[in-house]
Design a protein around this ligand. Structure first.
Ligand SMILES: NC(=O)c1ccc[n+]([C@@H]2O[C@H](COP(=O)([O-])OP(=O)(O)OC[C@H]3O[C@@H](n4cnc5c(N)ncnc54)[C@H](OP(=O)(O)O)[C@@H]3O)[C@@H](O)[C@H]2O)c1
Length: 353
């Protein structure tokens, strides 16, 4: 029964693999292995993505808030791929010289901007980074504010990935120069972006927006972010894409008993977690990837009209820059109308942050 239900999906994946992305194309390596950071690598899709990348010539940094869980994934993968080049805080298995001696990777807690900055400065430093998979995320988490004063879902799913990307732009440009190909930013979005909306008020702790609506909004922000990043950095060595991995039975349902039951019942027709992880790896490795695009698993598709709204893309970028600035230097909020009128920030190297 399961086979019958999964067959059309398998055929679709096989067909789209031929048409679009493919994990088989390993990027050209000059000297050291290209470095890929995967956030939320200890669980679900992130773990599966690392498993695929581990079989290629890539040095993978597992960026997790629970470093013990990340280290367990490293051990698990090394049993299958003893030659893999993986890095986590507790376990480091590095078979290349691309990890500077004595470096001590840190945990990454996206709900804390200080942790994001420390990770960028201390775990990554000046190493070239050829790709980042912004996979970590929360769904339906009870409403709460982070210590940075933001809604948890917005910070984990959008603001912290935005900050980390901007902090690491110099590292990604360095990798692009070294490898002779653009670096990739892969953001894990979702089909729920179609229910999302971009209202500047939602970024400022608007209590009218519940956690499920907030999740959909942030998955829309993921695509808006990718499009604006492409506009600003596309010609400067950065290729940014958003991926919808498909519905998978993972710990993402942890905040809803009802969803857990529903996903368990539907599991025969859901996307297998390993396939979803492979489509994220394909977005890192695939040769035919245009910047600013949105992929449904392995197939490039058109996102919702709201996701293609260039004014919203720019307004989100500008608001995110302000919201990620340290609290004491954070510029005042602009009215939504003023945000839309404001000329685009010319600083694209993250120095504003
Ligand atoms: N599963 C689906 O059906 C589905 C569909 C569409 C899109 N997605 C997207 O896929 C991505 C991965 O989700 P998943 O399904 O693999 O769920 P998952 O197994 O729950 O993985 C989520 C990951 O995010 C990490 N994370 C959560 N809060 C964090 C924080 N504050 N700092 C750092 N890491 C944090 C989690 O770490 P801990 O283990 O420490 O909590 C975990 O590693 C998410 O962005 C989700 O929106 C999933």
């Amino acid at each position: 029964m399961r086979l019958v239900l999964c067959l059309p999906l398998a055929l679709l994946l096989a067909r789209t693999a031929c048409e679009g992305l493919s994990t088989s194309a390993v990027p050209k390596v000059l000297g050291n292995l290209p470095i890929c950071i995967v956030t939320g690598a200890n669980s679900g899709l992130g773990r599966e993505c690392v498993k695929t990348l581990a079989a290629t010539k890539t040095h993978v940094i597992l960026a997790c808030r629970d470093v013990k869980a990340g280290a367990a994934v490293v051990e698990e993968i090394l049993e299958v791929h003893p030659g893999a080049s993986l890095e986590c805080q507790i376990t480091q298995h590095v078979n290349t010289n691309c990890c500077a001696p004595g470096r001590s990777p840190q945990k990454l807690d996206l709900a804390d901007f200080a942790s994001v900055r420390t990770f960028a400065e201390q775990a990554i430093g000046d190493r070239p980074v050829s790709s980042i998979v912004h996979n970590a995320g929360v769904m339906g988490a009870p409403r709460q504010l982070t210590k940075d004063g933001h809604d948890l879902t917005i910070q984990v799913n959008h603001l912290a990935p935005f900050l980390l990307t901007n902090l690491l732009l110099p590292n990604m440009k360095a990798a692009a120069k070294e490898l002779g190909r653009s670096s990739r930013v892969v953001v894990v979005s979702s089909g729920t972006h179609r229910w999302g909306s971009f209202e500047p008020d939602h970024l400022y702790n608007d209590k009218t927006c519940g956690p499920w609506q907030m999740y959909a909004n942030t998955k829309l922000y993921n695509i808006l972010f990718v499009s604006e990043l492409h506009r600003r950095q596309g010609t400067l060595g950065i290729t940014a894409v958003a991926v919808r991995p498909g519905l998978c039975r993972t710990a993402i349902t942890r905040h809803s008993k009802l969803l857990r039951v529903l996903y368990a019942l539907l599991s025969p027709i859901l996307t297998p977690v390993d396939q979803a992880g492979q489509s994220l790896a394909a977005a890192v490795l695939g040769p035919n990837v245009e910047g600013g695009t949105y992929w449904n698993k392995l197939l490039e598709v058109t996102p919702s009209p709201d996701a293609r709204d260039t004014a919203a893309q720019r307004a989100l970028w500008e608001a995110s820059l302000r919201l990620c600035a340290p609290k004491d230097t954070r510029p005042p909020r602009l009215t939504p109308a003023a945000q839309l009128r404001r000329p685009a920030t010319t600083s694209t190297d993250g120095s504003y942050l």
